[in-house]
Design a protein around this ligand. Sequence first.
Ligand code: OKV
Ligand code: MN
Length: 241
Amino acid sequence: SMTVLFISDLHLSPTHPEITQCFLRFLKEDAPKASALYVLGDLFESWIGDDDRTPLQIEVADAFKALSDTGVPIYFIHGNRDFLVGKRFARASGMTLLPEHKVIDLFGKPTLIMHGDTLCIQDEAYQRYRKKVHNPFIQWLFFRLPLSVRRRIGEKIRAGSTKSNQEKSEDIMDVDQSEVQRVMKESGVKQLIHGHTHRPDIHDIQLDTDPAQRIVLGDWYTQGSVLVCTEEGCALQTRAF
Ligand code: OKV
Ligand code: MN
């Protein structure tokens, strides 16, 4: 029977090869049986441009391409870390870039999919930073810098962010319930799937008078985390490293 897979928040980096190995195994063993794979952001811990052809970037693109060549469509929504993943990497991977919010037909259920960072509106410092780095002119300037300079800027920003996150409360880093309601109503859906918060769960919620669901994907810090959806419903699963 048909299966649709969702993953997010792998935060792949050269410093954690065990996560990459688990992911590559998932692409080889699980994903080929699926009818589609959705990657809902933060596949990579950092991304400074498709022209940064690191061994990790090449290995992941090749593995995606092998999967897409078997006929499994791969869809990608940017996360807050890999928002600069571009057309060149998408083409090399055989994947389709989706906009930040997308309504898909999931076994007849209109379902809103997104990364989830835009739901965390209480984190005003992050939303201000996000607006800057998503500005097309700022991105145009950033891409004009040599890779070595972009790499250094990335390291600086990451060091600063680790420090400021330690000062933020758990509450501020979770989604805002009223924003969840707002975006679901705006899209006219009763089902939302997102990542980002690293709090995997299936929440039964209420939208006005109707029952609805918010499904949160898990991160890959200590194990693989996959949402498996069939005609029967969706289930969160893990994969040991
Ligand atoms: C990604 C996050 C680092 C969070 C910088 C313009 C600037 C893009 C960039 C630099 C950083 C992505 C691209 C990275 C996400 C961090 C730290 C915290 C919370 C500019 C356009 F600065 F020059 F204007 N960046 N990198 N963070 O290292 O991948 O999401 S990154
Ligand atoms: Mn994220």
